[in-house]
Design a protein around this ligand. Structure first.
Ligand code: PHE
Length: 345
């Protein structure tokens, strides 16, 4: 091998040896074996040689070319192996790492109460009605016997959207829709749970948004005794067996008579404790007999039928049932609070 060839071989060897990547090695291949590479230019020198020297020279350059090719191939296999090893190392799974936590939600406590009430009343043959949260004055107030300028409008500070549209202040609005829809057809037996809104300043016991569930029964010979029996059944189902209820006179424009309903304290069984402020009773809802004028306005003859209605605050029930002391907890979306309810049913 000529000196020049020796030199090319030794340059190629060290270039191949020090190639650190497949790309780098490819550059070396082009440098030595490419069309304009050093070995090709050696080939080009052949034309200057005397004829008889040409075959031997050609053979040598070919040997050189094969040698360099072989070395490049070897190096290529080596580099490919290393790259594969590095890739595998990068993909290595550490089976001792902690697993990804799958966050599973819980049912919101207010929805839990709503579902419990729905189950309870469906079991007694009631249906569950729905209605819009953005409501017309007509259903929220007018049909509920609260005409414009009626002082009772002040009882419920209202979010108005325009003079005739508002965020419903009570589920009674749905009661009115259902009465109107029935158009005098008896009997009516339904509950309507849902969100309601009032312009209250939020504190531990008030929220501008809360939930109610209204109950409405209209038929022949429906009396206050039916209301009391129904509420006693509901109170026992929600707060534990043997709850008693008591009625205190109250006022709602859409019921006559109207009552405020207390439940015998489930914490002390009526003996008196800090929850019931030592009275043995806890106020939970408003109720009454559907006002004859409301029946009339909705196409029922109050001489032929009567009805009872009640409206219960779901927050109030949930707070008592689960010992929650701040209504804002229901609306803060604090997972620490919400997650505690995966233990209840
Ligand atoms: N609508 C009343 C309130 O929001 C509750 C109620 C409903 C009272 C039905 C009597 C009958 O306070």
């Amino acid at each position: 091998m000529s000196e020049r060839m020796e030199q090319v071989l030794s340059e190629a060897r060290s270039a191949i040896e020090s190639a650190a990547s497949l790309d780098g090695l490819n550059a070396v291949r082009i440098q030595f074996l490419g069309k304009k590479g050093s070995i090709q230019s050696l080939m080009a020198e052949m034309k200057n040689l005397p004829r008889e020297e040409k075959p031997a020279f050609g053979q040598k350059v070919n040997d050189l070319k094969n040698e360099v090719s072989r070395r490049i191939e070897e190096k290529q296999a080596e580099l490919a192996k290393e790259a594969e090893k590095a890739r595998m190392a990068g993909e290595k799974i550490d089976i001792t790492l902690p697993g990804d936590n799958l966050e599973i939600g819980t049912i919101h406590p207010l929805i839990m109460i709503q579902q419990q009430l729905e189950d309870l009343f469906l079991g007694m043959g009631y249906t569950v009605a729905e209605g819009p949260e953005v409501e017309q004055d007509h259903y929220n107030f007018e049909l509920a016997n609260i005409p414009k300028d009626h002082p009772a409008r002040d009882m419920q500070d209202t979010f108005y959207i325009d003079p005739n549209t508002l965020l419903r202040t009570h589920t009674t609005a749905m009661q009115m829709r259902e009465l109107e829809k029935a158009n005098g057809k008896l009997p009516i037996k339904l509950i309507c749970p849902g969100k309601v809104y009032r312009r209250d300043d939020d504190d531990a016991t008030h929220s501008h948004q809360f939930m109610q569930c209204e109950g409405l029964v209209v038929g022949e010979h429906i009396t206050l005794a039916d209301l009391k029996g129904t509420l006693e059944y509901m109170a026992s189902a929600m707060f534990g067996k043997g709850r008693k209820v008591r009625f205190r006179p109250s006022y709602f424009p859409f019921t006559e008579p109207s009552v405020e309903v207390d439940v015998s304290c489930p914490f002390c069984n009526g003996k008196g404790c800090s929850v019931c402020k030592h009275t043995g009773w806890i106020e939970i809802l408003g109720a009454g007999m559907v006002h004859p004028h409301v029946l009339e306005m909705n196409g029922f003859d109050p001489k032929k039928c009567s009805g009872f209605a009640f409206g219960v605050g779901l927050e109030r029930v949930a707070m008592l049932k689960y010992g929650i002391d701040d209504i804002r907890n229901f609306y803060m979306n604090d997972l620490r609070f919400l997650k505690t309810f995966d233990r209840f049913d």
